[in-house]
Write a protein that binds this ligand. Sequence first.
Ligand code: MTE
Length: 322
Amino acid sequence: MSHFKAPPIAPSEITPERVWLARRRWMQQLGVGAVALGTGGLSLRAMAQSAPAASGLFAAKPNPVYQIMEKPTSEKDITSYNNFYEFGTGKSDPSNYAGAMKTSPWKVIVEGEVAKPRTFDIDDLRKLAPMEERVYRLRCVEAWSMVIPWEGYSLSTLLKQVEPTSRAKYIEFVTAVQPGNMPGLADRIIDWPYVEGLRIDEAMNPLTMLVFGLYGKTLPNQDGAPMRVAVPWKYGFKSGKSIVKIRLTEKQPVTSWPKIAPTEYAFYANVNPKVPHPRWSQATERRIGSGFFAPRVDTLMYNGYAEQVAALYQGMDLRKNF
Ligand code: MTE
């Protein structure tokens, strides 16, 4: 699989940033100060491996297949400009209120059309496969975007464990509802819980990721702790946060946004610059953190992941299945 196509940026601009970010992350994880900066990468790695890696996330290795030649959005923006309606509809509501969400203990039920239904403890899910770091674009249906270094592994790894039956055509993700800890639940825009779903072949595509961390750290609550999905070729709303149940089904699940506004949001929600939202264009996007006057970026078909996923939609009318 080749690297994803991205707007051209000189490698000289990128490499130092990536190196710097990677080093900064190592340092933060190690909890070491500037004094240690002189140590070479190798010894840092050695220190890392001997350090008590609390969550195991620390060992996440960048997967070279899933890197993009774009500067990642700052950790501050990724963790303070969010959509997580359980905590309110404002962009800063999740970072202000999600601290109250209880993320331990946490179980994830996997049921439905599977030979081996099972309830997983979140700690077992963290250990199910080696954590990888993948840098994905996230394109929100509201026409803003970010570039996020996630830690996790392909959802297919989990699905193989429970052995989907031949009737498993779809997958449904049900996310947490914690009355008392989620002020946004009072707002009935969404018929809680927030539900999302995918077709089974979309779920099995290696790009579809179970996420446990970002920037080498445990996932902050506002970003969907302790576990969310990331489906990078679809609008951000397809990537449910704080998942408590995964159900495999024969019928297409009824998901939150198409239920609220079926003329505006449909099940597939593939990023497509040629199909406008009824109220705004999807042709360009605002990259969060690039500055107010920065030019908008052209939105790419399937958010830049066409090579990996276009075949899934061969023969489908993308205007009807938007
Ligand atoms: N998951 C839940 N449970 N509740 C939500 O409101 N919002 C979605 C998605 N997952 C949402 C959710 C939307 S609209 C987007 S754009 C992304 O999360 C935003 O992810 P981010 O805040 O990590 O950027």
